[in-house]
Design a protein around this ligand. Structure first.
Ligand code: AMP
Ligand code: ZN
Length: 115
């Protein structure tokens, strides 16, 4: 855990969040500034700064993210309509929190290309 990392603190339960899924490797919680009717952040419990810091040792973890995203969407009944799962990487990619996270967005039609 990185002591000054917001998402490490959420994963550790030191900062409150509306958690919708949790296991030994991942936590998912509601985004504080939702951009869709459903907007969750799926994060690894271990601190990884950006998508560029992933290694082959994380392949199983990332596969698990997709499984969990599908489960959340299914359980909350927006998997059939569809959803978007996105990671912003570094500044031009729109990343502002430096702990890897996946935005799970659903409940409305998504536009393409994204802004
Ligand atoms: P990104 O721009 O990809 O780094 O996304 C960071 C996301 O974290 C944004 O969508 C924020 O709304 C969200 N966020 C920031 N602080 C919190 C918090 N305390 N609880 C939940 N979501 C947060
Ligand atoms: Zn962290």
């Amino acid at each position: 855990m990185i002591t000054d990392c917001l998402f490490c603190k959420i994963a550790a339960g030191e900062i409150p969040a509306k958690v919708v899924y949790s296991d030994e490797t991942l936590v998912a919680f509601e985004d504080i500034n939702p951009q869709a009717p459903h907007h969750f952040l799926i994060i690894p419990r271990k601190h990884i700064c950006t998508a560029l810091d992933l290694t082959t040792a994380d392949n199983e973890l990332i596969g698990h993210v997709y499984q969990v995203a599908g489960k959340i969407a299914h359980d909350l009944d927006f998997s059939e309509d569809g959803f978007r799962l996105v990671t912003n990487c570094n500044s031009a990619g729109g990343q502002v929190v430096w702990h890897l996270h996946f935005h799970l967005l659903g409940g409305r039609d998504m536009e393409w290309p994204p802004g």
